[in-house]
Design a protein around this ligand. Structure first.
Ligand code: ADP
Ligand code: MG
Length: 258
């Protein structure tokens, strides 16, 4: 695996908002099919890192490559020029993102929410898009809600639809930003189950989560971030059970007290 080019390569990534330095030199590789959990205290830069990966934020410095392609910019000789909107949209189409808030379109049915991207961005035929959407609805256990509207669904159901919508773009990478944090506790499990299934099917995933049990059992690698740096990275057992890093241990103790 080591000699295979990583799907995601983050090199020397810095991001500042005005005077606030949020990411301070992040290096991270994600191999095809790998699941990486990103944990760390609030404000450590996890969301900003994910947002840089699909160029919702422009890095202040550093590079992110997906499939060896620089994200958001084009290298022209020694210079970097911003990508055009079309190019950026094409690139983003390969990256699925699921947020804490589901952001479904309230005026569209479940099915219409899912086929919108494939129709508008990928130029798929409607029949083909509907067929894929139904497959995905089946996968997330929501085929019977095909014609419902978002407000008629629970938070857990809406989040499963949001995952199906992201998958409808046939992404090569899925980013999850606290996908279960806004849910009532009894609805968390159904969303994690869908994420776990996706992981087992070989999807490449970067998962920001506070669900430590889930992170421990689903991930190949766990990355602990604090204050804009990666403090520790390793297999789940190393980070969760055998960490020698006091900063990591303190965080895990604080999380477990809840
Ligand atoms: P996390 O997801 O780990 O909680 P974030 O990446 O959301 O951390 O935020 C890291 C820091 O960056 C926080 O101090 C936050 O207030 C700040 N921040 C995030 N986005 C912006 C923004 N658009 N403008 C200014 N500050 C921001
Ligand atoms: Mg966040």
């Amino acid at each position: 695996m080591a000699d295979v080019a990583p799907l995601v390569r983050i090199e020397g990534l810095y991001k500042s908002f005005g005077r606030l330095d949020v990411l301070k030199g992040i290096d991270l590789k994600v191999q095809q099919g790998q699941k990486i959990s990103l944990i760390g205290p609030s404000g450590s830069g996890k969301t900003t890192l994910l947002r840089c990966v699909n160029y919702l934020e422009e890095p202040t410095r550093g590079s992110i490559y997906i499939d060896n392609e620089l994200i958001g910019q084009r290298q022209v000789g020694a210079r970097r020029l911003p990508m055009g909107d079309g190019e950026l949209a094409r690139m983003r189409a390969g990256i699925g993102m699921v947020f804490q808030r589901f952001n479904l379109f309230p005026h569209l049915s479940v099915l219409e929410n899912i086929i919108l991207g494939p129709l508008k961005v990928l130029g798929r035929e409607r029949g083909e898009a509907v067929e894929l959407a139904e497959d995905l609805l089946n996968k997330v256990g929501m085929l019977n809600k095909r014609d419902a509207f978002p407000e008629q669904l629970s938070g857990g159901q809406q989040q499963r639809i949001a995952i199906a919508r992201a998958l409808a773009m046939r992404p090569k990478l899925m980013l999850f930003d606290e996908a279960t944090s806004a849910l009532d506790p009894e609805l968390v499990g159904e969303v994690l189950a869908v994420m776990r299934k996706l992981a087992e099917e070989g999807m490449t995933m970067i998962i920001v989560t506070h669900e430590m049990r889930f992170a421990e059992t689903v991930s190949d690698q766990v990355v602990f971030m604090a204050d804009g740096n990666i403090v520790e990275q390793g297999p789940p057992r190393q980070v969760f059970r055998e960490s020698q890093v006091e900063r990591t241990r303190a965080f895990l103790r604080a999380v477990q007290e809840h």
